[in-house]
Design a binder for this molecule. Structure first.
Ligand SMILES: [Zn+2]
Ligand SMILES: [Zn+2]
Length: 333
Protein backbone atom coordinates (compact mmCIF):
# COMPACT_ATOMS: atom_id res chain seq x y z
CA UNK A 1 0.00 0.00 0.00
CA UNK A 2 0.98 3.64 -0.23
CA UNK A 3 1.79 5.66 2.86
CA UNK A 4 3.17 9.14 3.38
CA UNK A 5 6.15 9.05 5.74
CA UNK A 6 7.59 11.90 7.76
CA UNK A 7 11.37 11.43 8.03
CA UNK A 8 12.28 14.76 9.64
CA UNK A 9 11.66 18.50 9.46
CA UNK A 10 10.27 19.34 6.00
CA UNK A 11 11.03 15.80 4.80
CA UNK A 12 7.84 14.02 3.80
CA UNK A 13 7.77 11.20 1.22
CA UNK A 14 5.05 9.08 -0.33
CA UNK A 15 6.29 5.49 -0.22
CA UNK A 16 5.19 1.96 -0.94
CA UNK A 17 5.08 0.01 2.33
CA UNK A 18 3.88 -3.45 3.40
CA UNK A 19 0.13 -4.01 3.43
CA UNK A 20 -1.29 -4.00 6.96
CA UNK A 21 -0.97 -7.25 8.93
CA UNK A 22 -4.23 -8.73 10.28
CA UNK A 23 -5.25 -6.50 13.21
CA UNK A 24 -4.34 -7.43 16.79
CA UNK A 25 -7.20 -8.65 18.98
CA UNK A 26 -8.37 -5.20 20.13
CA UNK A 27 -7.75 -3.40 16.82
CA UNK A 28 -9.43 -2.77 13.49
CA UNK A 29 -7.99 -2.05 10.05
CA UNK A 30 -9.58 0.92 8.30
CA UNK A 31 -9.49 1.67 4.57
CA UNK A 32 -8.88 5.44 4.64
CA UNK A 33 -11.39 7.34 2.47
CA UNK A 34 -10.54 10.90 3.50
CA UNK A 35 -7.83 12.49 5.62
CA UNK A 36 -7.22 16.18 6.28
CA UNK A 37 -4.02 18.16 6.85
CA UNK A 38 -4.23 19.76 10.29
CA UNK A 39 -2.45 22.89 11.51
CA UNK A 40 -0.67 20.67 14.04
CA UNK A 41 0.56 18.36 11.24
CA UNK A 42 2.06 21.44 9.60
CA UNK A 43 3.52 22.70 12.85
CA UNK A 44 5.27 19.36 13.37
CA UNK A 45 6.43 19.30 9.73
CA UNK A 46 7.95 22.78 10.09
CA UNK A 47 9.39 22.59 13.62
CA UNK A 48 9.70 18.90 14.55
CA UNK A 49 8.12 19.80 17.91
CA UNK A 50 6.30 16.47 18.32
CA UNK A 51 8.56 14.10 16.39
CA UNK A 52 8.75 11.24 18.89
CA UNK A 53 9.28 8.40 16.43
CA UNK A 54 10.47 8.56 12.84
CA UNK A 55 9.63 7.77 10.19
CA UNK A 56 5.94 8.03 10.98
CA UNK A 57 2.78 8.36 8.91
CA UNK A 58 1.05 11.60 9.96
CA UNK A 59 -2.69 12.22 9.76
CA UNK A 60 -5.25 12.21 12.56
CA UNK A 61 -8.30 13.71 10.87
CA UNK A 62 -9.54 10.67 9.04
CA UNK A 63 -12.64 8.83 7.98
CA UNK A 64 -12.90 5.42 6.36
CA UNK A 65 -14.38 1.98 6.39
CA UNK A 66 -13.48 -0.99 8.60
CA UNK A 67 -12.07 -3.82 6.45
CA UNK A 68 -10.76 -6.17 9.17
CA UNK A 69 -11.63 -6.69 12.84
CA UNK A 70 -9.47 -8.24 15.57
CA UNK A 71 -10.98 -11.09 17.56
CA UNK A 72 -11.23 -9.06 20.75
CA UNK A 73 -13.26 -6.26 19.15
CA UNK A 74 -16.73 -7.80 18.91
CA UNK A 75 -18.63 -4.53 18.53
CA UNK A 76 -16.79 -3.44 15.37
CA UNK A 77 -17.97 -4.85 12.07
CA UNK A 78 -16.45 -5.00 8.61
CA UNK A 79 -18.11 -2.26 6.55
CA UNK A 80 -18.66 0.15 9.47
CA UNK A 81 -17.95 3.73 8.44
CA UNK A 82 -15.85 5.34 11.13
CA UNK A 83 -13.77 8.35 12.10
CA UNK A 84 -10.69 8.15 14.32
CA UNK A 85 -10.22 9.73 17.73
CA UNK A 86 -6.95 11.61 17.32
CA UNK A 87 -5.86 11.36 20.94
CA UNK A 88 -3.72 8.68 22.53
CA UNK A 89 -4.01 9.51 26.28
CA UNK A 90 -2.40 7.21 28.85
CA UNK A 91 -5.62 6.70 30.83
CA UNK A 92 -3.82 6.43 34.16
CA UNK A 93 -2.20 9.80 34.98
CA UNK A 94 -3.59 12.38 37.42
CA UNK A 95 -5.43 14.39 34.75
CA UNK A 96 -6.78 11.33 32.89
CA UNK A 97 -8.12 10.01 36.22
CA UNK A 98 -9.79 13.39 36.82
CA UNK A 99 -11.77 13.04 33.58
CA UNK A 100 -9.59 15.37 31.51
CA UNK A 101 -7.84 13.03 29.04
CA UNK A 102 -7.28 15.96 26.65
CA UNK A 103 -4.60 17.31 29.00
CA UNK A 104 -3.06 13.90 29.77
CA UNK A 105 0.40 14.25 31.27
CA UNK A 106 1.69 11.70 28.74
CA UNK A 107 -0.49 12.72 25.79
CA UNK A 108 0.35 11.43 22.34
CA UNK A 109 -1.47 11.75 19.04
CA UNK A 110 -2.32 9.50 16.17
CA UNK A 111 0.18 10.28 13.44
CA UNK A 112 2.89 11.04 16.00
CA UNK A 113 3.15 8.16 18.47
CA UNK A 114 1.53 5.70 16.06
CA UNK A 115 1.05 5.66 12.30
CA UNK A 116 -1.85 7.83 11.13
CA UNK A 117 -4.10 8.29 8.16
CA UNK A 118 -2.05 9.50 5.19
CA UNK A 119 -2.03 5.94 3.86
CA UNK A 120 -4.32 3.50 2.09
CA UNK A 121 -4.96 1.69 5.39
CA UNK A 122 -4.55 2.48 9.08
CA UNK A 123 -4.74 0.13 12.05
CA UNK A 124 -6.48 1.59 15.11
CA UNK A 125 -7.63 0.36 18.53
CA UNK A 126 -11.30 -0.55 18.14
CA UNK A 127 -12.26 1.72 21.04
CA UNK A 128 -10.66 4.74 19.32
CA UNK A 129 -13.03 4.79 16.34
CA UNK A 130 -16.59 6.15 16.17
CA UNK A 131 -19.31 5.53 13.61
CA UNK A 132 -20.22 8.58 11.53
CA UNK A 133 -23.63 9.30 9.98
CA UNK A 134 -24.39 7.39 6.76
CA UNK A 135 -25.66 10.45 4.97
CA UNK A 136 -22.42 12.46 4.91
CA UNK A 137 -19.32 11.97 2.78
CA UNK A 138 -16.02 10.76 4.29
CA UNK A 139 -14.52 14.20 3.49
CA UNK A 140 -17.15 15.87 5.69
CA UNK A 141 -16.81 13.13 8.34
CA UNK A 142 -13.04 13.76 8.57
CA UNK A 143 -13.90 17.28 9.75
CA UNK A 144 -15.45 15.86 12.94
CA UNK A 145 -12.01 15.98 14.57
CA UNK A 146 -11.27 19.71 14.09
CA UNK A 147 -14.97 20.43 14.67
CA UNK A 148 -14.62 18.69 18.05
CA UNK A 149 -11.67 21.01 18.78
CA UNK A 150 -13.84 24.04 17.92
CA UNK A 151 -16.69 22.79 20.14
CA UNK A 152 -14.28 22.36 23.04
CA UNK A 153 -13.09 25.96 22.56
CA UNK A 154 -16.69 27.13 22.75
CA UNK A 155 -17.22 25.14 25.93
CA UNK A 156 -14.03 26.58 27.46
CA UNK A 157 -15.10 30.09 26.43
CA UNK A 158 -18.24 29.75 28.60
CA UNK A 159 -20.10 32.30 26.48
CA UNK A 160 -22.35 34.48 28.65
CA UNK A 161 -26.08 34.26 28.06
CA UNK A 162 -26.38 38.03 27.51
CA UNK A 163 -25.25 39.41 24.18
CA UNK A 164 -21.51 39.50 23.96
CA UNK A 165 -19.27 40.15 21.00
CA UNK A 166 -17.11 37.21 19.96
CA UNK A 167 -13.91 37.92 18.05
CA UNK A 168 -12.04 35.05 16.40
CA UNK A 169 -8.44 35.59 15.28
CA UNK A 170 -7.30 33.30 12.47
CA UNK A 171 -9.22 31.80 9.55
CA UNK A 172 -7.45 28.45 9.43
CA UNK A 173 -9.61 25.39 9.94
CA UNK A 174 -10.19 25.92 13.68
CA UNK A 175 -10.93 29.65 13.37
CA UNK A 176 -13.12 29.00 10.34
CA UNK A 177 -15.03 26.19 12.05
CA UNK A 178 -15.44 28.37 15.16
CA UNK A 179 -17.09 31.09 13.06
CA UNK A 180 -19.33 28.54 11.33
CA UNK A 181 -20.46 26.96 14.62
CA UNK A 182 -20.87 30.28 16.45
CA UNK A 183 -23.11 31.61 13.70
CA UNK A 184 -25.03 28.30 13.70
CA UNK A 185 -25.56 28.80 17.46
CA UNK A 186 -26.96 32.27 16.82
CA UNK A 187 -24.01 34.47 17.75
CA UNK A 188 -24.51 37.36 15.35
CA UNK A 189 -22.11 39.83 16.94
CA UNK A 190 -19.13 38.00 15.51
CA UNK A 191 -15.89 39.28 13.98
CA UNK A 192 -13.03 37.48 12.27
CA UNK A 193 -9.47 38.83 12.21
CA UNK A 194 -7.39 37.35 9.38
CA UNK A 195 -4.68 38.83 7.19
CA UNK A 196 -5.20 36.52 4.16
CA UNK A 197 -8.00 38.20 2.23
CA UNK A 198 -9.18 35.06 0.44
CA UNK A 199 -9.62 33.09 3.67
CA UNK A 200 -11.12 36.08 5.48
CA UNK A 201 -13.68 36.75 2.78
CA UNK A 202 -14.65 33.09 2.44
CA UNK A 203 -15.27 32.54 6.16
CA UNK A 204 -17.02 35.91 6.48
CA UNK A 205 -19.33 34.91 3.63
CA UNK A 206 -20.08 31.44 5.03
CA UNK A 207 -20.56 32.52 8.65
CA UNK A 208 -21.65 36.14 8.51
CA UNK A 209 -18.67 37.15 10.70
CA UNK A 210 -17.53 40.74 10.18
CA UNK A 211 -14.21 40.62 8.32
CA UNK A 212 -11.39 42.50 10.04
CA UNK A 213 -7.62 42.79 10.33
CA UNK A 214 -5.27 43.55 13.19
CA UNK A 215 -5.59 47.26 12.29
CA UNK A 216 -9.26 47.15 13.35
CA UNK A 217 -8.58 46.09 16.96
CA UNK A 218 -9.47 49.49 18.47
CA UNK A 219 -12.84 49.40 16.80
CA UNK A 220 -13.80 45.78 17.46
CA UNK A 221 -12.35 44.88 20.88
CA UNK A 222 -11.63 48.22 22.56
CA UNK A 223 -15.06 49.56 23.51
CA UNK A 224 -16.77 46.80 25.51
CA UNK A 225 -15.83 43.41 27.01
CA UNK A 226 -15.60 40.66 24.41
CA UNK A 227 -14.82 36.98 24.18
CA UNK A 228 -11.69 36.81 22.03
CA UNK A 229 -10.44 33.51 20.66
CA UNK A 230 -6.94 33.12 19.28
CA UNK A 231 -6.64 30.44 16.63
CA UNK A 232 -3.41 31.79 15.13
CA UNK A 233 -0.71 30.83 17.66
CA UNK A 234 1.08 33.98 16.60
CA UNK A 235 2.61 36.44 19.06
CA UNK A 236 2.21 39.13 16.41
CA UNK A 237 -1.56 38.68 16.82
CA UNK A 238 -2.01 37.77 20.49
CA UNK A 239 0.19 40.54 21.93
CA UNK A 240 -1.66 43.43 20.22
CA UNK A 241 -4.98 41.66 20.79
CA UNK A 242 -4.33 41.57 24.55
CA UNK A 243 -3.11 45.18 24.46
CA UNK A 244 -6.43 46.28 22.99
CA UNK A 245 -8.88 44.09 24.93
CA UNK A 246 -11.37 46.04 27.01
CA UNK A 247 -11.21 45.22 30.77
CA UNK A 248 -13.56 42.37 31.66
CA UNK A 249 -12.82 40.50 28.44
CA UNK A 250 -11.89 36.85 28.11
CA UNK A 251 -9.15 35.49 25.84
CA UNK A 252 -9.30 31.81 24.90
CA UNK A 253 -6.22 30.39 23.19
CA UNK A 254 -6.27 27.34 20.95
CA UNK A 255 -3.57 28.18 18.35
CA UNK A 256 -0.21 26.47 18.92
CA UNK A 257 2.76 28.84 19.28
CA UNK A 258 6.17 28.20 17.74
CA UNK A 259 7.90 30.61 20.16
CA UNK A 260 7.56 32.15 23.60
CA UNK A 261 5.62 35.39 23.39
CA UNK A 262 6.02 38.61 25.36
CA UNK A 263 2.64 39.73 26.70
CA UNK A 264 1.74 42.75 28.84
CA UNK A 265 0.29 40.75 31.72
CA UNK A 266 -0.63 43.90 33.66
CA UNK A 267 -3.50 44.09 31.16
CA UNK A 268 -4.66 40.76 32.60
CA UNK A 269 -4.25 41.90 36.22
CA UNK A 270 -5.64 45.42 36.01
CA UNK A 271 -8.35 44.59 33.48
CA UNK A 272 -9.36 41.30 35.12
CA UNK A 273 -9.03 39.61 31.77
CA UNK A 274 -9.60 35.86 31.84
CA UNK A 275 -6.85 33.91 30.05
CA UNK A 276 -8.01 30.42 29.11
CA UNK A 277 -6.30 27.60 27.23
CA UNK A 278 -8.12 25.01 25.15
CA UNK A 279 -6.59 21.73 24.02
CA UNK A 280 -8.18 19.17 21.68
CA UNK A 281 -11.44 17.95 23.21
CA UNK A 282 -12.85 15.74 25.94
CA UNK A 283 -15.90 14.17 24.28
CA UNK A 284 -16.84 16.95 21.85
CA UNK A 285 -15.89 14.95 18.73
CA UNK A 286 -18.99 12.90 19.43
CA UNK A 287 -21.09 16.09 19.56
CA UNK A 288 -19.42 17.18 16.33
CA UNK A 289 -20.69 14.06 14.52
CA UNK A 290 -24.26 15.27 15.08
CA UNK A 291 -23.42 18.66 13.53
CA UNK A 292 -21.95 17.30 10.28
CA UNK A 293 -25.24 17.01 8.40
CA UNK A 294 -26.73 20.35 9.53
CA UNK A 295 -23.48 22.16 8.66
CA UNK A 296 -22.66 20.07 5.57
CA UNK A 297 -23.03 22.78 2.93
CA UNK A 298 -20.95 25.29 4.86
CA UNK A 299 -18.31 22.70 5.71
CA UNK A 300 -17.96 21.69 2.05
CA UNK A 301 -16.82 25.20 1.25
CA UNK A 302 -13.70 25.04 3.42
CA UNK A 303 -12.49 21.79 1.81
CA UNK A 304 -9.90 21.75 -0.98
CA UNK A 305 -10.36 19.67 -4.09
CA UNK A 306 -9.37 16.15 -2.94
CA UNK A 307 -5.69 15.39 -3.53
CA UNK A 308 -3.93 12.00 -3.80
CA UNK A 309 -1.35 10.58 -1.39
CA UNK A 310 1.29 11.34 -4.04
CA UNK A 311 0.34 15.02 -3.82
CA UNK A 312 0.54 15.22 -0.02
CA UNK A 313 4.23 16.23 0.33
CA UNK A 314 3.66 19.09 -2.11
CA UNK A 315 0.43 20.06 -0.33
CA UNK A 316 2.25 20.27 3.03
CA UNK A 317 4.94 22.47 1.54
CA UNK A 318 2.35 24.72 -0.13
CA UNK A 319 0.54 25.21 3.17
CA UNK A 320 3.80 25.68 5.09
CA UNK A 321 4.91 28.50 2.82
CA UNK A 322 1.47 30.10 2.78
CA UNK A 323 1.17 29.67 -0.98
CA UNK A 324 -2.00 27.56 -0.65
CA UNK A 325 -5.10 29.48 0.42
CA UNK A 326 -7.18 26.32 1.01
CA UNK A 327 -8.45 26.17 4.57
CA UNK A 328 -8.63 22.38 4.80
CA UNK A 329 -6.65 20.31 2.32
CA UNK A 330 -8.14 16.84 2.12
CA UNK A 331 -6.66 13.69 0.60
CA UNK A 332 -8.75 10.76 -0.65
CA UNK A 333 -6.40 7.73 -0.71
ZN1 LIG B 1 -6.00 18.21 14.06
ZN1 LIG C 1 -2.91 10.45 31.06
Amino acid sequence: MKAVKLHGVRDLRTETVADPAPPAADCVTVKVRAVGICGSDLHNYKTGMWMSRLPVTPGHELAGEIVAVGRGAPRARVGDKVVADSRVPCGSCATCLRGRPNICLRMGYLGEVRDGGFADYVTLPADRVMAYPDDVSPEIAALSEPLGVALHVIRRAALPSEDCRVVVAGAGAIGGLLCIVLSHLGHDDLFLIERDRRRRDLIAEISGAGPATIDDLDRIVGAAPVIAIDATGSGAVVAPLLDHLCPGSRLVMVGIFADRVGLDLNRVVEGEIDLIGSSVFVDEQRDALALLKPLEHRLERILSKPVSLDDIPRAFEGLATGATPDIKVIATP
